[in-house]
Ligand binder design. Structure first.
Ligand code: SAH
Length: 353
């Protein structure tokens, strides 16, 4: 750790902002000592705003059909080896109810971009869950749709939306996605979601194929400027049936360092220790919490469909029942000195629109 890195971290800690060059410098000069300092600053904020509480969100992966062909993703349209499934609206509502009974007050409905689920169907599912459990917060994560669709879901009861921007660099975006997808539309979606009044989650993959430190710094700058309510980041992990099969996966240390920097950039952000992080290292999620993360997302999907939702190889937690998944996470979180809480878990200081 050199003098300049120390100065930059100190300044980030007080101003929550650095230039693109400065973020790049920190990434270029990451070593164990620098990581430790960043984690200390990050955990101080995490404790200041959230104490030792870690929020839990139940994840329901309800379809792996996808009309998109993202080059990194295992459920891309072009993957013929992917066994496709869809849960019925009844099954989705059932999973949400089960989550409620297990104590969850927030559920995330995620899927590939599956046009089979029309706006009417999505709204109907949202209304059914809300009718049974008005105190349940529902997060949608179903990709790019029109502003009208997003408005309809919001009216039907969705309060949060997760849409990772994937990368803040349009050039890298073009390298990771087929020509028919556009970075501009992704950004348009994020703006629309925010304008409508959702709590918005952005996020990116760490060390995706070809990503430079400068490009990763662009993601940090984007988070600094957009200030999403939540930021989902995890290492890129190769999937054998994608064009990027031979590419190297992202690593634990870079991801942990990014988590700490994001906590320093945006102290109140909701920051998940993701399944991908738990996949690159058996203690990845615990290390994530100790680097500033404060959310975990156990899987509530029915067991028989879990291993079909493989975005990347080696995904953990595909064999367990929901209750088992939660028990395991609770223990892991407690082991590192934190406590799982099941309530809605708004960002600190959040005022409903
Ligand atoms: N269709 C939805 C949900 C996508 S899956 C949407 O477009 O938002 C959720 C996230 O998984 C993606 O945003 C992406 O960042 C991540 N993901 C996909 N493939 C991955 C891979 N190979 N390694 C790591 N993360 C991946």
């Amino acid at each position: 750790m050199n003098e300049r890195s120390i100065q930059l971290l100190d300044r980030l800690n007080t101003t929550h902002s650095l230039s693109l060059e400065e973020y790049t410098y920190l990434l270029d000069h990451r070593d164990e000592e620098l990581m430790r300092s960043a984690a200390e600053y990050a955990v101080a904020y995490q404790k200041k705003y959230y104490g030792n509480r870690v929020f839990i969100r139940g994840l329901v992966e309800f379809t792996n059909y996808c009309k998109n062909n993202c080059l990194y993703c295992g459920i891309r349209r072009g993957n013929r080896n992917c066994k496709r499934y869809r849960l019925s609206p009844e099954e989705i509502v059932y999973c949400a109810n089960k989550g409620y009974d297990l104590g969850f007050r927030t559920v995330v409905l995620q899927g590939g971009e599956d046009p089979y689920f029309s706006d009417e169907m999505i709204c109907d599912i949202l209304r059914r869950i809300k009718k049974e459990h008005p105190d349940m917060m529902i997060t949608l994560s179903i990709g790019e749709r029109t502003k009208e669709s997003y408005e309809a879901y919001f009216k039907a009861g969705a309060g949060r939306y997760l849409l990772r921007h994937e990368t803040a660099d349009p050039t890298l975006y073009g390298h990771l996605h087929p020509a028919e997808m556009s970075w501009e539309n992704r950004m348009r979606c994020l703006r629309d979601l925010r304008d409508i009044g959702y709590q918005v989650g952005a996020g990116f993959m760490v060390e995706s194929p070809g990503q430079t430190h400068r490009q990763l710094a662009m993601d940090l700058k984007f988070i600094e400027e957009f200030l999403p309510d939540m930021c989902g980041i995890g290492p890129y992990i190769s999937h054998r049936d994608t064009p990027f099969a031979e590419e190297e996966s992202g690593t634990l240390p870079t991801t942990l360092f990014c988590l700490s920097l994001i906590r320093m950039i945006h102290p109140r952000v909701l920051l998940p220790a993701t399944t991908a992080l738990g996949t690159v290292d058996i203690k990845g999620r615990e290390r994530g919490i100790l680097s500033g993360a404060n959310v975990v997302m156990p899987n509530l999907s029915p067991r028989d469909v879990r291993e079909k939702y493989t975005l990347y190889d080696g995904k953990i937690c595909t064999g367990e029942e929901a209750a088992e998944c939660i028990r395991c996470l609770k223990e892991r979180v407690r082991f590192v000195g934190y406590e799982i809480v099941t309530d809605v878990g708004n960002p600190a200081g959040y005022l409903a629109p």
